[in-house]
Design a protein around this ligand. Structure first.
Ligand SMILES: Cc1cc2nc3c(=O)[nH]c(=O)nc-3n(C[C@H](O)[C@H](O)[C@H](O)COP(=O)(O)O)c2cc1C
Length: 336
């Protein structure tokens, strides 16, 4: 199974990508959090730093951009190609009200005709852009059936793949994913389709394959035959987001069924904390980053409520490191 690490603003920075790929195998592509153009039509320092080749050496990284202007897309695309990237991704999923209000992210989905003209302009420009252009889309704005019209539009253009977060804008990140609409999209798409939404375990992947892949046919001759439904049934890949932040070993566990390894989690954690401490001014900023990561990591350790509280209350990196070192030690002792 092809597995991607999702773009997550504020979380999947180059520091996270480097630490993750150092400690864990299994990710076929890492997507950057969305990049935008500043007023002077340049990338901001932080965004430049995300796509600097030196910061991503040896990693399969796809820069993601957020815009609703074809000229800005082309400008960003050429810069991204100049840096040596062969793929860029367009964000059509962000549900944040400030983004949506400007008709960007999932806000762009409410106007399919404008979207279509935007695609005409960027594919006409072609030259100097990365060879592959992919989209990350939601199913629509209000209703999952909007994806049918959107897929008709995506089908008209040479996208390298279509990544679908199986929710609509108004769902934000909550509620059940809309599998029936995702299945419709999968069958109708002429492009490779990558699934995204609520994958936290290997069992979630199996459920997804069961739901989208096969149906039981009528028993014949005493045997239950299993056959493919008409049309395409399985996604070409899966994009992992919150599940991978909560359990950085998730891709490996999906691929190999390996057991959770607490010592590796500590190695990954320490490299991440060191990385943030090195690039951020003052330890408060690095601490803030680490607290954000723990809001996900702790989902995997529901019994660690007290430690979670101590981490949240810590005000200095040194104090924080002591708390997590003690916790990792006791977890490792329990495990071995
Ligand atoms: C904190 C946070 C930041 C995110 N940033 C981005 C982003 O920059 N670009 C993007 O396309 N999606 C972004 N997403 C959406 C995720 O990539 C993913 O589509 C979403 O979390 C659903 O997948 P999941 O249910 O596996 O978490 C973000 C989500 C969260 C929670």
């Amino acid at each position: 199974m092809i597995l991607y690490a999702a773009p997550m603003e504020g979380i999947t920075s180059y520091i996270w990508r480097r630490a993750h790929s150092h400690w864990y195998p299994g990710i076929d592509k890492y997507f950057t959090p969305f990049l935008t153009l500043g007023k002077g039509k340049g990338f901001k320092t932080r965004e430049k730093s995300e796509i600097l080749p030196d910061h991503n050496r040896g990693l399969p990284v796809v820069p993601q951009i957020l815009t609703s202007r074809a000229d800005d897309f082309i400008l960003m695309g050429r810069r991204i190609a100049d840096l040596g990237y062969d793929e860029m991704n367009l964000n059509l999923g962000c549900p944040s009200p400030t983004v949506v209000k400007k008709g960007k992210g999932s806000g762009f989905l409410k106007d399919p005709d404008t979207l279509c003209r935007f695609f005409e302009a960027i594919f006409k420009a072609g030259e100097g852009l990365p060879e592959k252009i992919s989209v990350k889309t939601r199913l629509g704005v209000e209703d999952g059936c909007e994806i049918r019209r959107l897929i008709e539009i995506y089908n008209q253009f040479p996208f390298s793949e279509v990544i679908i977060h199986a929710r609509v804008q108004k769902d934000l990140y909550k509620g059940a994913v809309r599998m029936a609409d995702f299945r419709d999209a999968l069958k109708a798409s002429l492009h490779p389709v990558v699934y995204n939404g609520d994958i936290f375990t290997g069992a979630d992947v199996e459920k997804l394959t069961d739901h989208t892949g096969y149906r039981e046919a009528e028993p014949s001759g005493g045997q239950v035959a299993v056959e493919r439904s008409p049309g395409r049934c399985e996604p070409d890949g899966i994009m992992l987001a919150r599940g991978l932040i909560a359990n950085p070993q998730l891709a490996e566990m999906i691929q190999t069924g390996s057991r959770k390894d607490i010592l590796r989690l500590k190695g990954f954690h320490d490299e991440l904390a060191d990385g943030y401490e090195e690039i951020m001014s003052g330890d408060r900023n690095a601490l803030y980053k680490m607290k954000e990561i723990w809001s996900y990591l702790l989902l995997e350790f529901p019994e660690a409520k007290k430690t979670g509280k101590k981490i949240r209350k810590s005000v200095h990196l040194q104090e924080y490191r002591q708390i997590v070192d003690e916790w990792f030690l006791s977890e490792a002792e329990n495990e071995y």
